[in-house]
Design a protein around this ligand. Structure first.
Ligand code: FMN
Length: 363
């Protein structure tokens, strides 16, 4: 299934598995790319050493190209940028706080730059900086998300920029891929659907929690890290939402200190990255702290499986997913269904009398 996206990325199918913190590890990324999709490693929750090990592991598992997602202001971001370049990673992906200099650096090194954006004006900005494609992510999406629904964002971005646009937010099957192609997108990117495959590192009880969640089970909250974030509603989210500012800040400080320790980052570097976060993303100190704290509560959720005390990023599509295929089964199924859906659409040409050799009388 060839599109401008498959040509750009060098993969067989126009299906991206996005970088999900704690979830998109070497195994999942390699499994997606080996199955003909395009896997993106989430370095956003890794140290540079872990990122290096994960890149090596992906290369051991598959020769297929892959990408790396990171947070521009995370501790160790500089080393991660260097690794992406020196390891010849095909794509750099990020959603928050990019700079024009960073685009230039990647492009000069031959790394494709594919940011995620949530509004047409952001697409215009990154296009001017030289983005090679954009992931247009609608509000349905799991994790940090904007306010515009996929059904409006995707055509809006396609009209706004002359770049391959990858549709994201709420996709999970072949009908969605066909719809995205019909809008003029070059492919789809999925997070939540790839959390629920056999190669995903989420424990079984976490996967079951997602399966058991209805389409209305998510909420967009700013209480976790100060930025709008689509998560499954659970005890932790309810507490954070109702807990008040002081409680949130105290818990953020505790979480930030814990994270610093687990990352083994010296305090001075940690503060430096907090400052960068503050500046790049125009956050207050308490928001920057909340961001650091968030990484801990996300880990407690999706990776450690603390159903009450963790936070679970998840898209509305959670309510439509109830099976656990392998990456390869999922990708083949989506491609087959998209082909069938697209072929089936020809019947409307006939019905309208517009198809070749089909007059209004059906002749
Ligand atoms: C568990 C989880 C963790 C995520 N972590 C990140 C992240 O670290 N960086 C990022 O850019 N996006 C992150 N996202 C957003 C996804 O990469 C993706 O854009 C989104 O899931 C697409 O929408 P969908 O969930 O409807 O498929 C995360 C999403 C989920 C569900």
């Amino acid at each position: 299934m060839r599109t401008t996206l498959t040509d750009l990325l060098g993969c067989r199918y126009p299906i991206i598995q996005t970088g999900m913190g704690w979830i998109s590890d070497a195994r999942l990324t390699a499994a997606t790319s080996a199955a003909g999709g395009f896997g993106i490693l989430a370095a956003s929750t890794m140290t540079p050493e872990e990122t290096a090990r994960s890149i090596a592991e992906i290369k051991e598992r598959t020769d297929a190209p892959f990408g790396v997602n990171f947070l521009v202001a995370q501790p160790g971001a500089r080393e991660i940028v260097d690794l992406i370049i020196s390891e010849g990673v095909r794509v750099a992906s990020f959603s928050r706080g990019p700079t024009e200099e960073l685009f230039r650096e990647f492009k000069e090194a031959g790394v494709l730059v594919i940011p995620s954006i949530g509004a047409p004006r952001h697409a215009v900005k990154v296009a001017a900086w030289g983005a090679d494609a954009v992931i247009a992510q609608g509000t349905e999406a799991g994790g940090h998300t904007g306010a515009i629904a996929s059904s409006l964002l995707i055509p809006g971005v396609i009209d706004a920029v002359d770049l391959p646009v990858v549709a994201a937010g709420g996709f999970y099957d072949g009908r969605g891929l066909a719809a995205a192609l019909a809008w003029g997108a070059a492919g789809i990117a999925m997070g939540t659907r790839f959390l629920l495959v056999t190669e995903s590192p989420a424990p079984d009880r976490v996967k079951q929690f997602y399966f058991d969640s209805a389409i209305t089970a998510t909420t967009v909250t700013t209480a976790v890290d100060g930025l709008p974030n689509r998560v499954l509603v659970n005890k932790m989210v309810q507490q954070l939402e109702t807990g008040g500012r002081l409680r949130r800040t105290l818990s953020a400080i505790r979480g930030a200190l814990k994270l610093r320790k687990s990352l083994g980052v010296p305090m001075i570097e940690y503060l430096r990255s907090g400052l960068a976060l503050k500046r790049n993303e125009k956050l207050s100190w308490s928001q920057a702290l909340l961001t650091a704290h968030a990484a801990e509560v996300y880990k407690a959720g999706v990776l450690d499986g603390d159903l009450e005390g963790g936070v679970f990023s998840g898209g509305q599509v959670t309510g439509l997913i109830d099976d656990l295929p392998s990456c390869a089964e999922l990708i083949e199924r989506i491609v087959d269904e998209a082909r069938t859906t697209l072929a089936g659409l020809h019947r409307y040409e006939d019905a309208a009398g517009g198809g070749p050799g089909t007059g209004a009388d059906g002749a």
